[in-house]
Each structure stands twice: as C-alpha cells, then as structure tokens.
Write a protein that binds this ligand. Structure first.
Ligand SMILES: Cc1cc2nc3c(=O)[nH]c(=O)nc-3n(C[C@H](O)[C@H](O)[C@H](O)COP(=O)(O)OP(=O)(O)OC[C@H]3O[C@@H](n4cnc5c(N)ncnc54)[C@H](O)[C@@H]3O)c2cc1C
Length: 555
C-alpha cells in the first residue's frame, strides 16, 4: 500500500530543500515526502496523485510565490484532497493574510519562517495535524467491514457506534453498492440478520448489539481495582477533563462510559468556540485527544458500560453497572450530560434511523451528498449541522419554531448561514408529521403564523430540539430539580441550611451533590453553562473539590 504523501511547496529552492529535509528526517518512514517549486507544479502533482488514487495527508505551502499564491493553491487543492491538512508558511508580514485564510480556505495552521528548531517550531504542530488526519484515514483494505441497508435503524446504530468509537471500518451499502451483495454471499451466511459485521480475522457477526461489537473488538475490560479514589461517570467533555485531572494528580481514577467517548460534543461536526483552536476542531478529534491524554496519565476506562444505580455508603460509594458488576470509590463525579429530546410529531418515532436522526450522526453525514437535507431546531447545534451539511448536500432547509434565529443562535453562526446559498431557514415553522413506511419520504410542515400546511418530499431529517438530563438512574440517591438536573453546592441550601439528611457540619462544596463525596459536573448539573468549555472547566474543578473533600476526611 502506498505511503500517504506530504507535499511541500515553495518557490525558493533552498527553503524547499530545508523543509523537505526536516520533513524527511521526522516523517520519512511513514510518509512519502514530495516537493514542488511552484503552485502550478504542485497542482499538477496533486492531480496525478488523485488519478493514481494515492492518499495525501498534508500540504505545507509557502504563501508568497510568483504565479499562484499559497492560499490560491490551497483553494484549488481542496477540490482534489478536501481532507488533507493544510499549513501555510508565512513571513511575519503575511500573518494578516494567514488569519484570513483560516476562514476562507480553512487552513489548519500557519507557521512563521524560519521554523528553527523544528523540534519545537515545526514537529509538534505537524504531529498534531497528522494524528488528526490519520485518525480519519481509512486505508482501502484494512479494518472491519459492515454490510447492511442504509435505511435500517439497526445498521444506523452499528455505524454510529463504530464511528463514534473511532473504529475504522468499511461500509458496504446493499442498496447502492453491487459489491456489497457479492461480499455478503462470500461470507456463506444464509439469509443473515443485518447488518453483518466482518472482523479482520474473517469472523462474522449478524445484527450485533453495541455490546457484542464492543466485546468482539476488545473494547471492554473488567475493572482493575476493588476500590478507586475516583470514579467518573460519563466520558463527555466534563468527564474526560475530570479523568485527565484526577489521573494526572495521582488519584486512582476510572471513567465509565455507556456509549462512546466524547458525549454530545463527540457528535459535533465543528466546535469553533473552544479556546486554543482558532480553526475549530471536530467533536471526534476532541474526544480522541482527550481520551489519549487521560490514558497517558493512567486513567482506566470502562467503555460501553452503563451505570444503573449509585449507592452512597459509609466512607465510599458503590456504582452498579449494566453488565452486573459494580465498582466502588471514595469519590464520584457524575458527568452524564443530557440526551436529545424526541420530536413528538406523529411518524417520527417509527422513522428514527430510517431517515430521521438525532444529532448530526457522523456516520450518516457522508451519505447525504447531493441530497436535500432538513434540520429541525434553531440553536447552535442545529446551525453547526447546517453549515456542515451545506458542504456536501444539494440543499439544507432549517425548520425553526421561533420568529428568527437571533434568540437562540450565536451571531457568528447566523452570519455563516446567511452566506450559504444552499441553506434556507424556515422560521415560525414546525414539523406536523413525518411520512413514510420503510423510510422517510415526506414532511408535513405547518407555518405557525399563517396556519398553512405544506407537504415537502424529504429523505433525511436531523433533529436538534433540546435535551433532557440523563439522571433517571440516580433515583433518590442525590437531589435533582423538577427537570432532573442534579443540584449541587449553594443550590442545595434553603435559608442557609443544608438539605434534610445532610449530616456533616459543613455545607456542601461548590459542585458537591446532596451525597457527600459525590460531585456533578457539566450539562447534567443544574445551572451549568451547556458549553464544551464550561463542561471542561467544571470537570477539572470538581477534581479540586475531590481533594478538598478528601482533606476534610483527613486523607
Ligand atoms: C451537535 C452538538 C454541537 C455542539 N456544539 C457545541 C459547540 O460548538 N460549542 C460548545 O461550547 N458546545 C457545543 N455543544 C454543547 C456541548 O457539546 C455540551 O455542552 C457538552 O458536550 C457537555 O458535556 P458533558 O460532559 O457535560 O456531557 P455530555 O457531552 O452529554 O456527555 C455525557 C456522557 O455521559 C455518558 N453517560 C450518560 N449516562 C451514563 C450512564 N448512566 N453511565 C455511563 N455513562 C453515561 C453519555 O453516553 C455521554 O458520553 C454542542 C452539542 C451538540 C449536541
């Protein structure tokens, strides 16, 4: 298999030689380093690589060149290799152009010349970008394979699970790919239940549950300790931050996740407002980075296991898990976030996974090329999805209940949407009914101001209509508000008095629940910020409070 390519472009031969030398010495084993002396030569090289179907991982290009500039080259390069990482080499005087290019051609980074020493000025940036690229790269013949029907809810679930857990897999759609049927016949299975998952050793699994997939891919392992310093429940941004800080500060930490690391943020196509990532980063990248970081510090992960109940005991807390096992800890951080609210219109439940999806499932995103996509919701998550799908779909229609987007969406996204010619926003509109038997065929939409009802053909609808906390499993073990959000700190106090049953002579700490030593962080907490940065902040702060709790016990 051909090595992925890194292409360096500069008109100054000496500089080009130096870049190529530095690239080769660090990346030469894994990547093929190519160079071009001008933008025109580089475009021709990319065209040839495309024809030969060779992967390109990274483009490192000088901004100031005679003929086409670096930014102009990258604009054209996107057509051939939209997923290649793009880095602009600039002189200090060109930084304005480079910052503009972040928006215009979505460059991932700009580097100032000279980049000496490469160990600190060049490699850390490129390592990061190449890791990102590699995480999404699917070599043509490796990994597990999944065969199924695009419109089947079971297939959708399996694809979503694999994608969100960042398992590389090849998807074969029986509805559109003749090779899929051949491959299925080749398995020798007689009328198999779909989807069929083919593992790398040839083992086939028929209609596997997420649990079975996880078990067969070696994603599940038993807890290593009988008693942990800290158990974190939920691997969204809050839980991942708690695991990073807990483990890095020497607490024996285990993180338990029911579904896939990343939580809601993991389903976001591009998070643009998280500090330190001026070009934005996808939720999947954020999750992968955080998971790697927590593992590096020694946090243990129990993936695809749901916590079903919490029992505060004298001096520790026991958590019972969906596989019948249990884990105990001195401190617990609840970071179980929220889950999408269902669209209540008739027909929606039956067509879930058959054209109607909750959140912008990354597994479906690639299938909507040249299709007409509908999105319900007017908040940032819906706006992000609209911008994301507008790149590949023929048209995107946003169905918004309010009179405008301004009450519910950030300004930068409203501006971005206004610039997109293939996005239409229908305000004061609601889905009245979803129509279809095997799959979504049409939507009945009602204009709430005029009362007019229209029926529009539709195959794909993404729903973003708010969320409810994932806390039913807590029962009465900790206090919650009437919507189910977990109460902490001052919100537990009435007339300066702690809640009934609170036996300590101190009030609950800032993020502490009504059970001493049990904390809540992120979206699940009453009054939280409902943002990635807020969740990360609370996740890390809760670890500080765990230390305070331990100190109060004399530990
Ligand atoms: C599509 C989308 C786009 C978004 N974009 C942005 C953005 O651009 N910027 C921004 O700031 N915010 C954004 N948000 C909001 C942001 O993602 C959330 O505020 C953030 O993810 C909250 O993090 P959390 O860790 O509190 O909870 P979550 O992300 O909800 O994670 C909770 C985790 O807990 C797990 N879990 C739940 N119950 C259990 C259980 N019983 N046992 C074990 N595990 C359990 C879940 O599977 C999940 O992985 C977006 C949200 C969505 C849906």
């Amino acid at each position: 298999m051909a090595k992925p390519v890194i292409l360096a472009v500069d008109d100054d031969r000496e500089v080009l030689q130096a870049v190529a030398r530095d690239l080769r010495s660090k990346y030469g084993e894994q990547y093929r380093i190519l160079r071009a002396n001008s933008g025109e030569e580089a475009i021709e090289a990319l065209r040839e690589l495309r024809v030969a179907d060779e992967p390109v991982a990274l483009l490192l290009v000088d901004q100031r060149m005679p003929g086409i500039t670096g930014v102009q080259f990258l604009e054209q390069a996107i057509e051939h290799y939209p997923k290649a990482r793009r880095v602009l080499l600039t002189a200090y005087a060109d930084t304005e152009a480079a910052i503009r290019a972040i928006n215009e051609v979505h460059i991932d980074y700009y580097l100032l010349k000279p980049w000496d020493p490469p160990e600190t000025q060049l490699y850390p940036v490129l390592d990061d970008l190449l890791d990102d690229w590699m995480a999404n790269y699917r070599p043509p013949t490796t990994g597990v394979r999944l065969i199924g029907h695009r419109w089947s809810p079971d297939t959708h679930r399996a694809r979503d699970f694999l994608a969100r857990n960042q398992v590389p897999y090849r998807w074969s759609d029986l509805d559109s790919d003749p090779e899929a049927a051949e491959l299925l016949r080749a398995t020798g299975l007689q009328q198999p239940a779909l989807p069929v998952l083919i593992l790398t050793d040839g083992t086939t699994l028929e209609a596997p549950s997420n649990d079975t997939i996880a078990g067969n891919l070696g994603m599940q392992s038993p807890p290593e300790l009988p008693l942990y310093d800290l158990v974190v429940i939920g691997a969204g941004p809050a839980g991942l931050a708690a695991a990073v800080y807990g483990a890095s500060e020497g607490l024996g930490t285990v993180l338990i996740e029911a579904d896939a690391a990343g939580g809601q943020a993991g389903t976001s196509s591009l998070i643009e407002n998280y500090l330190g990532f001026p070009s934005g980063l996808s939720g999947a990248d954020l999750a992968r980075r955080a998971l790697t970081q927590a593992r590096r510090f020694g946090a243990e992960f129990l993936l695809t296991r749901e916590v079903t109940s919490l029992e505060p005991r004298e001096g520790s807390t026991t958590l019972n898990l969906s596989d019948g096992t249990s884990v105990s800890a001195l401190s617990v951080i609840i970071a179980t976030g929220v889950t999408y609210r269902r669209l209540e219109a008739p027909g929606c439940d039956q067509l879930m996974g058959r054209g109607i999806y909750y959140g912008a499932a990354s597994s479906v995103a690639e299938s909507v090329k040249n299709e007409d996509v509908f999105i319900v919701g007017g908040a940032n998550s819906a706006g992000q999805a609209a911008v994301h799908f507008a790149k590949s779909a023929r048209s995107v229609t946003m169905i918004v209940r309010g009179a405008s987007l301004s009450a519910s969406m950030s300004h930068y996204l409203i501006d971005r949407i206004a610039e997109l010619e293939n996005v239409t926003v229908l305000c004061e509109t609601q889905v009245e009914r979803a129509v279809g038997s095997e799959r979504l065929e049409a939507l009945e939409l009602r204009n709430s101001r005029t009362g007019e009802l229209t029926t529009t053909p539709a195959t794909t609808l993404f729903v973003f209509v708010g969320a409810t906390p994932r806390t039913d499993w807590l029962g009465t073990s900790v206090m919650r508000d009437q919507h189910g959000f977990v109460l902490t700190g001052r919100d537990l106090m009435t007339d300066n008095k702690p809640p009934a049953g609170w036996l300590l002579d101190r009030p609950p700490l800032l993020l502490e629940t009504s059970a001493p030593g049990v904390f809540a962080a992120g979206d699940v907490r009453y009054g939280s910020g409902k943002r990635v940065a807020a969740a990360v902040g609370e996740g890390s702060m809760s670890v500080m409070l765990v230390w305070e709790y331990r100190a109060s016990l004399g530990l």
